[in-house]
Design a protein around this ligand. Sequence first.
Ligand SMILES: [Zn+2]
Length: 249
Amino acid sequence: MINQMQERYARHFNLKEIGLEGQEKLRQAKVLVIGAGGLGSPVLYYLAAAGVGTIGIADHDKVSISNLNRQILHTSADIGRKKVESGAEKLLSLNPEISIIMHDMKVTPENIAALLAGYNIVVDATDNFTSRFLISDYCFRLEIPLIEAGVQGFEGIILTIIPGETPCYRCLYPNPPEDRKAFEGLGIVGATAGIFGSLQALEVIKRITGAGKTIAGILVFDGLDGSFRNVKWSQRKDCPLCGQNPTNL
Ligand SMILES: [Zn+2]
């Protein structure tokens, strides 16, 4: 078993940032990925491949053919299946040494605290503002690091929110825009989701192993000209969540 494990993760062991110690931290980590779609697919694949020991997948949706230009966790044969089941099958086939917990549910204010309980890090891979605000508010209150990203067309953004270390999501957007199911139905190139899901997975792996630093500020990518830029992000004194006079959201 040790030999097999050593072979599977051999390319981690000669990285000074991971090594045997980091691999053990990955094995002990419990990471929740909310959304098994365009962002969730690469996040989940890379976390499973890296040997994250317990991975939760939360999604209430079923696979449809229009998902397949970007949701590479699912195949044409999975159309009509629950995404959590299709996803769990692929991840365990890639790495049978890990545990997958399926949460076949839509995240709501009533169930989110119970869903997040016990996870060390949360990855938001949802596609609407209602879920984003709900997830980011609760991660902040429960002091769980959150890796947030959003993609559309050829563009995307990513930010890592560490309660007590970074500003919160409401420092960026104090209140949810009217939920027009923000990204639903908008165009997206699958590769753009691939880039941001991969960046989210890398942030998780760094956080668990202690490698490097989290992304500073907000990393913004414009795929049409291939440019990345960092946008400064600071705490708002009047932030309704982490400011001096928080409102009871
Ligand atoms: Zn804030």
